[in-house]
Design a protein around this ligand. Structure first.
Ligand code: MG
Length: 221
């Protein structure tokens, strides 16, 4: 079982389900030629998809177009069902930097055929995450600069102020459908600038006052 690290916490936290939000930044929806959603777009990755900083993202043989999506990730520290927006933040133990690695060719094919995104989004190594920092150490999670560099060149830059659905709404909405449990993660969507990476590339994802996540890309042989 994969586990998560929360700074200041003595024990690693066993990872639960990974809930992901699509199109949560208008500029990213636009670059994907997708409509602005009326409700959060939700998909899942299995906990087996998690890797940590310093590990490798492996492009499976079924794909020739792996894309990066840098995202703010929430770590659930207190479970709940039908959580009201007013107390939603109390259910978050910490914040981290994550990459929603996506097989864009597989996803495009699934979209065209009306099939689920599970393979494109949930393959092994598709969910790199940093060490999490305690919620209390991030005074305003809706004012964080997010960046992604590939081989030292900036590819994505955004700010969590531009989320279409804010964090308290996401926690409340998701908890009305899925019981949230300790160790669950919520990937909150990516700002614009997504694009391809290839074997040998080095990715550095950062969020101000949270930290940095480093991974390299490798092709499955
Ligand atoms: Mg994403």
């Amino acid at each position: 079982m994969k586990s998560l690290e929360l700074r200041g916490s003595a024990q690693p936290i066993p990872a639960g389900k990974i809930l992901c939000i699509g199109r949560n930044y208008a500029e990213h929806a636009k670059e994907m030629k997708a409509d602005i959603p009326e409700n959060p777009v939700v998909f899942l990755k299995p906990p087996s998809a998690l890797i940590s900083t310093g590990e490798k993202v492996i492009i499976p043989r079924i794909s020739h177009d792996l894309h990066h999506e840098v995202e703010l990730v929430l770590l659930i520290g207190k479970g709940g069902k039908n959580i009201p927006r007013t107390s939603a933040m109390e259910h978050i133990a910490g914040f981290g930097v994550g990459l929603d690695m996506t097989l864009r060719d597989v996803q495009a094919d699934a979209k065209k055929k009306g099939l689920p995104w599970t393979v494109a989004k949930g393959f092994d190594t598709s969910a790199p995450v940093s060490t999490f920092v305690p919620r209390e150490s991030v005074p305003n999670p809706h004012a964080l600069e997010i960046t992604l560099n590939v081989n030292g060149k900036e590819r994505q830059r955004g700010n969590t102020a531009d989320m279409l659905f804010p964090i308290d709404l996401l926690v409340s909405y998701l908890s009305s459908i899925f019981t949230l449990e300790i160790g669950d993660l919520i990937f909150t969507g990516t700002p614009p600038g997504v694009g391809p990476v290839v074997a040998g590339d080095r990715l550095e994802a950062s969020i101000a006052s949270i930290g940095t996540l480093n991974v390299a890309i490798q092709q499955e042989v």
